[in-house]
Design a binder for this molecule. Sequence first.
Ligand code: URA
Length: 447
Amino acid sequence: MNMYDIIYKKREGGILTKDEIDYFVKGYTNNNIPDYQAAALLMAIFLKKMNNEETFNLTASMKNSGDIIDLSSINGIKVDKHSTGGVGDKTTLIVAPLAAAAGIPIAKMSGRGLGFTGGTIDKLESIPGFKTSVETEEFIKLVNNSNLSVIGQTAHIAPADKKIYALRDVTATVDNLSLITSSIMSKKLASGSDAIVLDVKCGNGAFMNNLHDAEKLGELMVDIGFADGKKIIAIITDMNQPLGRAIGNSNEVIEAIETLKGNGPDDITQLSLTLASYMIYIGGKASSPDEGYKMAVSALKSGNALKKLIKLIKGQGGNIDVVNDYTLFPQPAWSVEIKVTREMMMDENGGLSEKKYISNIDTKNIGLASQHLGAGRATKEDIIDLSAGIYLHRKLGDSVSLGDVLATISGTDYSRKESGIKEVSKVFSFGNIKPEKQTLIKKVIMK
Ligand code: URA
């Protein structure tokens, strides 16, 4: 077997065998296959696609490329949650405490942000002192003590994905169904939880732009998880605008804390309660998602979920005072308001409208704008500015008039300010008719 023949076969639209997929994954992980051959195969997969069996085999091979975490010393059904990637998505910081407060053990390994999407580990690191790198033994102890720990994925979990993802990122091969599925599921299956709730993002700020593709991704991931013996549910949710109002790191943690205090934006609150309800249900603590929802509401209203977050921060060395004193988070050096300009309010006939509606938000580009302000990374090596970010004062369907504030952008690096203003000003589109409200929860896929 050799790489040339495998690339050639896929280039011609052939179906790769399990052995051929294993050969590629093992060889590339062990540095025996060069980047140029791996890149050629990824592009052939991107263009000719993989069938379900190939995707199953690719996932298994990537999962088995590293450690499989054993969480059996934690009592109960361990439930994991994963988002396929969006903008302003801080739900893990809310959902995990909600489910933990309802009795679900959450041993969560999360990732960092890359490109236009954010990552939970970066957000948590904006809490002074918070340790995201914890040995497995300590991780298990934390979950046994308080039902909740969130740590960064170790380098030993699905190392094949680390290499392949980095290569996909620079070869325009990220947004492929089989490659996304194998990337996410290899890590989830290696992380040791018994059950998984997947938040499959759908819209102009997600890898899957339309419902059809998001459904295919959700169904395939559910099939793969189920075949591996996991309880698994995929929920397709809207990503046609950022979730909540905050995009960044510190500001997203503050919004998550506010949500746990009962003051969160509606979309974040509703989505978090829904995801938590399915986690509580799949974890066997509720007999239906509806009952799970009631338990999640009760965890929110009683303040028990907020207490879980405080315990999480304390257990991992963070300063719990941040919960009541937001000045303890990294602070930006500058902030600028982006306002509605005359140009934005101009009609086709050259007149000036008194009132318009926000008809579209280019979510991917607002994610990229946040990255360019310093809140995200263009490459894995970039150091992020935890204080940088965007706060949306107006969202889809809101009415606006001349001079209204659309967003506030902030950061530490003054050289990023002017381009930030330009980028964020461009993400909004305006119309004279109020657009229809997007459905937040689009579909639930379960076996
Ligand atoms: N998240 C991942 O972990 N992998 C992908 O390919 C896409 C999103």
